[in-house]
Design a protein around this ligand. Structure first.
Ligand SMILES: *[C@@H]1O[C@H](CO)[C@@H](O)[C@H](O)[C@H]1NC(C)=O
Ligand SMILES: *[C@@H]1O[C@H](CO)[C@@H](O)[C@H](O)[C@H]1NC(C)=O
Ligand SMILES: *[C@@H]1O[C@H](CO)[C@@H](O)[C@H](O)[C@H]1NC(C)=O
Ligand SMILES: *[C@@H]1O[C@H](CO)[C@@H](O)[C@H](O)[C@H]1NC(C)=O
Length: 649
């Protein structure tokens, strides 16, 4: 019995050691590399421990190419091109990829080249001589690599960046088994992490991989295989082990080709917190706009700060319960979508309140937005990108100024309404929800501000107490002699309110919400059968007016988020609600003493299920020049150095 078994096992072992000869990844021996970091021509790089493939190597070759830790920088070209076309290819690569630089071209592995031995040529006119080697391995994509001379393994390269906005909690790479591990690199920086992004040249977008190579950051409420999460709470991080699997929402993005580069800060347990005093366990990320000391809003704070700061990051996924995507998108001048409720499973995601929670993106490019939505929401997302939209013929504006007067932000908002009306051919009508509710809502119902006053705080506190707080307190007490964990002031005070409510009071608030939803989704934003129109109208409300909200302000003590506002409409009615960045206004910063630009943004709502209409509208507005794709930097319009960053970025 035991003899054949042993031989099977030893066969398995020898195969394992054969495929992991590389000195960086001899995991089978209990000794594993976690990658190397190097500096090359003043650029910091990370050498992945997981090779992409192997090339036959003559150890004496490439002697003129520099070596670090036994690795040499090389370039792989899989394109079927003649040598004379290589300089143009390199120019194209340098324009589209921030990882590639011509210093990697001292050794070139050229596919289809039938030279068995090495030749040396001046490939880049006036540049260094390149050693050209024929390549017969087709599975290693084009791009820069570090070649391990001892084994012939080609290791992928990431460029390293400083997270100066302090938006991340953990940098990550994915290993061949699909689990995540820290990217073990640190470049110069002040209390900031180092984030690595792989060369864009490795990835080709296809129908099956529409997000191939898209660099994605993930809010620290989504659990990833192999990674411990915090939900913004240090005691939580210490108490629980790493997740054994990646939840379906993030897995869909990975399956579509997205590259997870790290985990990002959330305000604690995804409750709304204001910088800086509310952020006790972790420091709030830095909003790059204006003077660099504005509140980044919450709870998807890392997502907003990073998308406003880093052009090396393409996409950040946050979540929105009562404004956690819309707030950061507004004050950082980005597109941000709170989707229709219930489009994708939130398994393995920390809940605030499942009744209201939604996963969505903070993003600069509305074309990528469509592909990302399609990947995340699957068949629940009806893209209108290749349709001819028949836009709704009514636009309703909530609390818009009647005229701009001397207000620069009012002018931006009103100009947008005119341009939207022009683009869609719609008629604009103001909307006062309280009035319409009294006129057409249920007979005898209280005024809206009273009717829905405690609905939001009741639902978020009661649901989070049950699903998150109570199990956490129990586990923590069991592990720590009956002690309570530290909780930031905002979630603590909110949970305290929830403890005062009875189950009947909660049920009454569910009923109030459902009544409001039924009314709103019939009287105000009804779906229509024509899929290219989808929504009876478009409802606009003001997202951000570019006012200053510096993070060095002493705020008031945290309280319970009572009250009704337009921002609560989408959580209560499950309709999609997206932020569009419109422009910016300048006012004198209390910190710099100079005028500094801050974003103006609008929220756009359509009927439930019409998420595709919003994305198509964003694209059409960009095409028409009404909206410009936001830039990273101090200004979303012109880019510009973030004031905190003396040496630029
Ligand atoms: C390979 O070399 C032969 C002889 O020098 C030449 O005729 C042929 O065109 C080459 N093939 C390629 C793909 O470069
Ligand atoms: C690639 O070329 C090397 C050296 O010429 C050779 O040993 C190897 O078998 C070739 N591999 C393939 C897949 O053709
Ligand atoms: C309306 O849109 C057209 C083209 O789409 C443009 O030429 C025209 O200037 C716009 N008018 C206004 C008032 O914005
Ligand atoms: C909302 O509820 C709070 C707490 O019960 C109360 O203090 C406040 O006056 C209420 N506001 C309205 C408009 O009903």
């Amino acid at each position: 019995m035991s003899t054949p078994r042993r031989s099977v096992r030893s066969l398995g072992l020898s195969i394992l050691s054969l495929v992991s000869l590389s000195s960086l990844s001899t995991a089978s021996s209990g000794l594993a590399g976690t990658g190397l970091s190097v500096v090359f021509n003043d650029v910091y790089y990370y050498i992945s421990p997981f090779p992409s493939g192997r090339v036959p190597m003559n150890p004496k070759s490439l002697s003129s190419v520099p070596t670090v830790f036994g690795f040499k920088p090389v370039t792989v070209i899989q394109d079927a091109i003649a040598e004379s076309e290589i300089p143009d290819l390199f120019t194209k690569w340098a324009a589209e990829d921030d990882v590639f630089q011509t210093a990697f071209t001292q050794a070139i592995f050229l596919a289809g080249s039938n030279q068995t031995c090495l030749t040396k040529r001046e490939i880049i006119p006036g540049g260094a001589t390149s050693s050209i080697v024929g390549l017969n391995v087709t599975t290693v994509p084009s791009g820069p690599y570090f070649l391990e001379m001892a084994t012939g393994s080609l290791h992928p390269v990431s460029r390293l960046y400083e997270d100066f906005a302090q938006a991340f909690l953990q940098s990550l790479i994915r290993n061949p088994e699909g689990k995540f591990q820290p990217m073990s690199a640190q470049i110069p920086g002040s209390a900031s992490l180092t984030i690595g992004v792989p060369s864009r040249l490795y990835f080709t977008k296809t129908a099956a991989k529409p997000l191939a190579g898209v660099r994605l950051a993930v809010k620290d409420i989504y659990r990833l295989a192999g990674v411990k999460g915090s939900n913004g709470n240090r005691a939580w991080y210490d108490l629980y082990p790493a997740s054994t699997y990646t939840g379906p929402a993030i897995q869909r993005l990975i399956d579509a080709g997205a590259i997870v580069v790290g985990l990002q800060k959330t305000s604690q347990f995804a409750n709304g917190e204001t910088a800086t005093a509310d952020w006790v366990d972790y420091h709030s990320p830095f909003n790059p706009r204006g003077d660099g000391y504005q509140d980044p809003s919450s709870s998807s704070s890392g997502a907003g700060a990073s998308m406003g700061s880093y052009d090396w990051l393409d996409l950040a996924i946050g979540s929105d319960t009562g404004g956690s995507i819309r707030g950061p998108a507004g004050v950082q001048g980005l597109f941000g979508n709170r989707p229709s409720h219930g489009l994708v499973s939130l398994d393995n995601v920390m809940p605030l309140a499942p009744t209201l929670d939604t996963p969505g993106f903070l993003i600069r490019d509305p074309y990528l937005w469509d592909a990302a939505n399609a990947a995340l929401y699957g068949s629940n997302y009806k893209s209108l990108v290749s349709a001819t939209p028949n836009y709704p013929k009514t636009i309703r504006t909530v609390s818009f100024p009647a005229s701009a007067g001397t207000s620069a932000s009012s002018k931006i908002l009103l100009d947008f309404v005119s341009a939207l009306a022009n683009l869609t051919g719609a008629t604009v009508k103001p909307l006062t929800l309280a009035t319409e509710w009294t006129a057409t809502g249920p007979a005898g119902a209280a005024p809206l501000s009273q009717y829905l006053n405690t609905t939001y705080p009741a639902i978020i506190t009661k649901e989070q107490i049950k699903l998150v707080r109570d199990p956490f307190y129990g586990d923590y007490a069991a592990a720590n002699g009956g002690r309570l964990p530290f909780i930031n002031p905002v979630p603590l005070s909110r949970w305290g309110y929830g403890d005062t409510l009875s189950e009947e009071q909660l049920q009454a608030q569910y009923t109030a919400r459902e009544t409001f939803m039924g009314w709103f989704n019939t009287e105000i934003l009804a779906p229509v059968a024509d899929e290219t129109q989808c929504s009876s109208s478009i409802v606009l409300y003001i997202g951000s007016t570019g006012g200053q909200n510096p993070r060095n302000r002493y705020g008031s003590a945290p309280g319970v988020p009572f009250g009704f506002s337009t921002g609560r409409v989408s959580p209560f009615t499950e309709v999609p609600d997206s932020v569009f960045p419109l422009g910016e206004v300048s006012s004198t910063s209390s910190i710099t003493g100079k005028p500094e630009p801050l974003p103006v943004a609008v929220d756009v709502m359509v009927a439930k299920g019409c998420d595709g209409l919003l994305v198509r509208l964003a694209q059409d507005l960009v095409k028409a020049g009404v909206i410009t794709i936001p830039k990273t930097g101090a200004s979303g319009k012109t880019g510009g150095k973030i004031l905190l960053k003396a040496r630029g970025f």
